[in-house]
Design a protein around this ligand. Structure first.
Ligand SMILES: Cc1ncc(COP(=O)(O)O)c(C=O)c1O
Length: 378
């Protein structure tokens, strides 16, 4: 029995898996601190830590950041259970039925409306608690947050609510990577609001506006915490930022060849018969399809790494498999291919795959199936 359990937890047992280099995660964190000159960090680990694995990433960051930031109550409660010492910030706007569990769980909540603040305060008071909240201000994202023109009176009234502790204030950029007049106006208006509030004696312990891109390019004394996600994982939100700082990818995706075939000239592979062998060709099947998170749209441009060389896909991505055109390179069942990550000096990044699929790297990593085993290699 013990042997079976050991085998199950070994990568030998899996067709496909994710490897995580948490030393890169910690180096990326330090790079963000150096560039932003901020020590307080709200680490954005929502969406299963951008697909990397919530528990693995939280284990690596626990005790090293000011907050964990997530979007769903489920993730917030899971984090609180496993890391009671690290404050958890919930970005989401909670539905009424979710609030009691969030309060009992000791989660720091985001407030995007006066009414929600009141609802949280009343319930919190009833439980004999004072719940810490961060007020979200909408300065141009147009999504969550109290519109900036309504913020001053709303916050003044909130200060008299007995069940909440106004611990933080924040906003979000829709175009953080652009150092333009729009971003400047957002910062200026937010700064003016903070100044006016301060004159009225309303001071927030945490003030944060910077995602990855702004953490690297915006310097302002009005804030005292950064809120990065993508760059923590070593992925760039924008090509232009590659000049600014060096981040190392944390995640690799690997898979073992299941089956090898030599097909004849003129034979086809996969749905739609999109691949036709021009010469006798070695085709290998890999147990990683769109259900695992490989983007269907990438198939025409995609490749994988095998022993340091790139090989293109043979035909379309299926639900559970991709097929690789190995030409006349001999491969065998059980050999490892790298779908994302480094192999003998070459590297396929989340940005590469996003480019092949016509999407953004955020989507590539967050869609990695949570059932894939995550192996921490460092
Ligand atoms: C409110 C908020 N702050 C910070 C982040 C982190 O952004 P990034 O991953 O670009 O650093 C996100 C990401 O979606 C977000 O929604």
């Amino acid at each position: 029995m013990t042997e079976l359990v050991t085998q199950h937890s070994s990568k030998i047992q899996h067709g496909s898996w994710i490897e995580l280099r948490t030393n890169h995660l910690l180096e990326n964190l330090q790079t963000l601190r150096n560039h932003s000159r901020q020590t307080e960090v709200l680490a954005v680990i929502k969406a299963n830590a951008y697909g990397h694995g919530l528990s693995e990433i939280a284990n690596a960051l626990a005790g090293k950041v000011t907050y964990f930031g997530v979007a769903t109550l489920r993730e917030a409660l899971e984090l609180k259970e496993n890391h009671p010492q690290t404050p958890v910030f919930l970005f989401g706007h909670l539905l009424a039925h979710e609030i009691p569990a969030a309060l009992l769980g000791g989660i720091t909540l985001s407030v995007s409306s006066f009414e929600k603040a009141k609802e949280i305060s009343e319930l919190s008071k009833g439980l004999g608690r004072k719940t810490p909240v961060h007020v979200k201000i909408d300065t141009g994202m147009g999504r969550m947050g109290i519109p900036i023109r309504e913020a001053l009176p709303a916050i003044e009234q909130m200060t008299s609510m007995k069940g909440i502790l106004m611990d933080g204030i924040y906003m979000h950029f829709p175009t953080a990577e652009k150092e333009d007049a729009f971003r400047e106006t957002q910062v200026r208006e937010f700064g003016l609001l903070l100044q006016t509030l301060e004159q009225k004696g309303i001071i927030f312990r945490y003030r944060h506006i910077s995602n990855s891109a702004a953490s690297l390019t915006l310097k302002t004394p009005i804030v005292n915490m950064i809120r990065p996600g993508l760059t923590l994982y070593g992925i760039y939100p924008d090509e232009g930022l590659k000049e600014t700082a060096v981040f190392q990818p944390v995640l690799s995706v690997k898979s073992r060849i299941l089956l090898v075939k030599k097909i004849n000239t003129g034979e086809t592979v996969g749905y739609g018969r999109e691949f036709t062998a021009k010469t006798p060709t070695i085709v290998a099947t890999i147990p990683f399809g769109y259900s695992h998170g490989y983007p269907y749209a990438a198939w025409k441009k995609a490749s994988v790494l095998y022993q340091g060389k790139r090989y293109a896909l043979a035909g379309k991505v299926s639900m559970d498999y991709i097929t690789i055109n190995f030409g006349n390179t001999p491969v065998k069942e059980g050999d490892v291919v790298t779908l994302m990550g480094e192999d003998q000096g070459d590297r396929i990044t989340a940005e590469d795959i996003a480019h092949w699929a016509g999407t953004i790297p955020y989507e590539i990593v967050t869609r990695l199936n949570s059932h894939l085993p995550r192996l921490v290699t460092q």
